[in-house]
Each structure stands twice: as C-alpha cells, then as structure tokens.
Design a protein around this ligand. Structure first.
Ligand SMILES: Cc1ncc(COP(=O)(O)O)c(C=O)c1O
Length: 315
C-alpha cells in the first residue's frame, strides 16, 4: 500500500455571506470562511495544524503521534481520525484520571473519546495535577518509557509547523475584508492569521477560555501588532455555556444554515454579533469570521446540557 504523505482536503472551503436585517441596518458585511468543510473529521484549524506536522512525522519516519487533550477535545478527535486515515498510530494523553477508572462507562457516555478509540487511538488518562506538567521534559521522558518513540504534537496542536499551516487559511480573495475574526484556544490559529493578514486588516481573537496567558503565546509565533484579543465572550470559561448561547447557536443554524460549535465558534459569533449591535465596527466594515470546525463537540455538550436541564443544541 502506498502511504499518503499527509491529509488531503475533502472540500474546498468557501466564503458564506450572512444576510440579516441587523447587518443591513448597521451597514456591515459579515462573511464566514467555512474551513469546517475541509475534512469530515479533521475539520477547520485541526486540518491546518496537523498538516505540516504529519509531513514532518513521516519525513522523520515516526509511526506514532502522541498528543494531549481534555475529555471532549476536538484536537484529540481530529488526531485520531488523521491517524486512522494515514495509517499512523495515535496516543491521546487525556486530562482526568477518573475517566480511566471505568473505561467502558466513559466510552459509553463520551462521544469524543468513543470516536477516538474507534479510530484506533490509544488513550492514557492522567490526573489534572499531572496533566499540568505536560510540556516538561521529565513528563515526556516518562511517556517515552511507556510508549516508545513518538512524534509529539502539543495540546491543541499548536507549534511552529501548525502556524505554517494556519498561515494558509487566508487567500487573496480575502484581502477585501477589514476585520478577520477567529476563536482562540492555544493561539496557533490566530497566529497564522496575524502573520498573513494585510496591513489594512485587523485580526480579532475571541478566547474560549478565561485565563490571561494567551497574549504571550501568540506573540511568540507572530511578528505584527495588527491584532487584539476580545475577552468578553468566554461565557465564564472554557467549555462553559448558558441558555443564551445555546439559543443563539440554534438560531444561527436555523436562520442562516450555519452550524456552530458551543466551545469556540459559537462564542466567537455571539461576540461578533454583540459587537455589531454595540457599533464596535465602523459603518461599511467588512468582517471575515473563520469557521474553525469543532462540530463534533456538539454531541458531548448535549449530554452535559441534558443533565443540567438546559435546552439542547440542534445537531
Ligand atoms: C473549533 C476550534 N476553534 C478554535 C480553536 C482554537 O484554536 P487555537 O488552539 O489554534 O487557538 C480550536 C482549538 O483547536 C478549535 O477546536
């Protein structure tokens, strides 16, 4: 069998314009770059961030990828799927040792981890305390003792090669926009956008988490100051959600045929619309929002919403 060098795009992303009376009233153009369509299971920024890392792993003859993530991580699901497609073994180091106590129950209840295992990923659960050491040499050396040689992809997939991939999101046809918006987790996606945005464009990042460390992480990979983080739309922290956000995501899906995920793109879009209402953007502005994928996370979120008695996301 001839091994593929890396991932292959299943669909060309396209720019979807949103038509809405708020946008007409405020004289704003809002377009979504549907990067989520790049690949069924390695969608959006996951495709971009894994692309050159897999080429590198192949070049260096690694047959195993090891990476890190939480119980509902898009990156874990995507890495597992990429491994299956390319015949590369995958290991997921998962935050939360309690999940490993009853694996059968975990896999029954958690669609992300079940999917990862079905793709052939081997899961290794560690406590939240241990997980914090995931970038330290001793911790990595322990993993090498357990699993042998592997190509390490950091949490969220962000490293230099990931940024090389996310630098391919914007194309020449996007030069007409004044603002480029993206959800932010570990910063690799926005770093690529910052590096390739034109001088007249401003990049706005909407962090999905509350913590403040992101600015330095992004600055590490970028060489321009054409960007800003808007921290008002994390809804209380990573993975946190409320009725308002669920209803917003469902409304956007119904009215505009635009599926959003609850952890990243839903919060970004909520933020963009709120800022438009508050006249943050000058009249006549053209905004391009990047759809970074992550729709696999809806199923897991619905299980949590059901437990809390909140309305569910339409899937
Ligand atoms: C759907 C989605 N959007 C945005 C992000 C944030 O990307 P980054 O970690 O590169 O900031 C992630 C995390 O990878 C994600 O899964």
């Amino acid at each position: 069998m001839i091994k593929k060098n890396t991932l292959i795009q299943q669909q060309q992303p396209y720019n979807q314009q949103i038509n809405d009376c708020l946008l007409r009233k405020k004289n704003i153009t809002l377009v979504i770059k549907r990067e989520d369509l790049l690949h069924e299971h390695v969608s959006g920024n996951k495709f971009r961030k894994l692309y050159y890392n897999i080429i590198e792993a192949r070049k260096k003859s690694y047959d195993t990828l090891l990476t890190f993530g939480g119980a509902f991580s898009n990156h874990i699901a995507a890495t597992a799927a990429a491994g299956k497609e390319l015949d590369i073994k995958t290991i997921g180091v998962i935050r939360g040792d309690e999940l490993g106590n009853n694996l059968k129950q975990t896999l029954t209840e958690n669609p992300t981890l079940r999917f990862a295992v079905l793709q052939g990923m081997r899961l290794h659960f560690v406590s939240r305390k241990v997980y914090r050491h995931k970038t330290e040499p001793d911790f990595i050396a322990n993993l090498s003792q357990l699993f042998g040689k592997f190509y390490l992809v950091p949490e969220g997939g962000t490293n230099k090669l990931a940024v090389k991939g996310t630098e391919e999101i914007l194309t020449r046809e996007d030069d007409e926009f004044d603002y480029i918006c993206s959800a932010v987790g570990t910063g690799g996606t926005i770093a690529g956008l910052i590096n390739t945005a034109k001088p007249h464009q401003k990049v706005l990042g909407f962090p999905a988490l509350k913590e403040n460390f992101l600015h330095n992480d992004i600055a590490k990979y970028t060489h321009s100051d054409n960007w800003e983080l808007i921290r008002d739309y994390n809804f209380g922290g990573f993975g946190k959600i409320n009725k308002d956000l669920v209803e917003f995501i469902n409304m956007v899906f119904t009215l505009h045929d635009l599926p959003l995920d609850p952890v990243y793109t839903g919060k970004m879009m909520y933020g963009i619309i709120d800022l438009i209402k508050k006249d943050y953007f000058p009249k006549g502005s053209k905004i391009l929002a990047i759809h970074t994928g992550g729709l696999q996370g809806k199923a897991g979120m619905n299980i949590r919403l059901k437990k809390k008695g909140l309305p569910l996301l339409v899937e």
